[in-house]
Design a protein around this ligand. Sequence first.
Ligand SMILES: NC(=O)c1ccc[n+]([C@@H]2O[C@H](COP(=O)([O-])OP(=O)(O)OC[C@H]3O[C@@H](n4cnc5c(N)ncnc54)[C@H](OP(=O)(O)O)[C@@H]3O)[C@@H](O)[C@H]2O)c1
Length: 339
Amino acid sequence: MQYKTYQITESYSVAGLNLVKKDQPKLGPNEVLIKMKAWSLNYRDLLVIKGIDAWKPPVGRIPVSDGVGVIVETGSEVTSLVVDDRVAGLFFPNWIDGKMTDAKLTNPLGGKVRDGLLQEYVVLNENELIKVPAFLTDVEAATLPCAALTAWHGLMEKGQIQPGNIVLIQGTGGVSLFSVQFALMAGAEVILLSGSDEKLQMVGQMGVNHLINYKRFPNWEDRIMDITNGLGVDHVVEVVGGDHINKSIDAVALDGTISIIGLINGFKGNINTAKIMSRQVKLQGINVGSKEMFNRMNKALEIYNIRPVIDKVFAFEEAKEALTLLESASHFGKLCISV
Ligand SMILES: NC(=O)c1ccc[n+]([C@@H]2O[C@H](COP(=O)([O-])OP(=O)(O)OC[C@H]3O[C@@H](n4cnc5c(N)ncnc54)[C@H](OP(=O)(O)O)[C@@H]3O)[C@@H](O)[C@H]2O)c1
């Protein structure tokens, strides 16, 4: 059988992505064949497709880490999954549980060394998959492996935020809106930054307590000090990165935590280390998460009936349009693709 798949070309651009036909590979004993139903896009997919820095893959790589499908065939020794199970791929297929190790981070899906899921059918090892919550649609479930798990890991697993904590969240993209949902779930007070008043209004409807437009108030850290009576916030979800982290250092409370997640502003920064020291700021790098964390997150999604925020859904043949919209950063929440 032949099926369609997207591939990165030497142009390393969204426009240059090729839609080609491939022969279905033979299943190994521990592998399953998945008919893909939906995908979601992440900022990181653009870094890979454009071949930026350490994300540059070889020509021919299949992009996109996040997707959900239904198992249509199982290998002879598969024991944990059956035909018709609805599953998502793990962003880090080797990070099942426990602490991160180098070996667990070697082959993220849709990255430098491993093909991703933007194909009609996918073959994966049974251990590289997770069943998704039944109450979510395919498109909703497709948003979980990268953006949701990263937000969950930062705030709930490592961050251990508590009711009454004040959490600062930057932006209204995928990671940011999951962070909003988890922070509110945990009983935290949320301050959100966005460059758009329209998006701030939408976030207000989600129950966010304080809204700041970072374009109109570039010194937003001062406003945060006003809101928190000069104390600062307990936790910052830093999606911007680079020098921008200094603003977060100025906005965080004594002994507060900054989850360093994003690099929209660049990969390096000139950082105020003296202030980190004197205010005992904890900087925690977050790199998606493990299957064990994913399972705990799925339970919370079910118990609290949390549904991902989806901006727009495109057809499989419209993947380039979806990625172009992602590049424009005009979206609110997640951009998805569905068969
Ligand atoms: N470490 C990890 O494991 C991990 C996992 C996932 C993502 N990431 C990284 O996290 C970042 C966000 O990823 P994503 O997929 O959520 O991206 P996304 O959906 O494209 O969202 C990016 C958002 O960032 C906001 N933004 C841009 N400049 C800002 C600024 N100066 N201040 C505040 N917000 C700003 C924008 O929000 P407004 O339009 O509202 O202004 C934009 O919508 C990316 O750098 C990505 O590579 C890291």
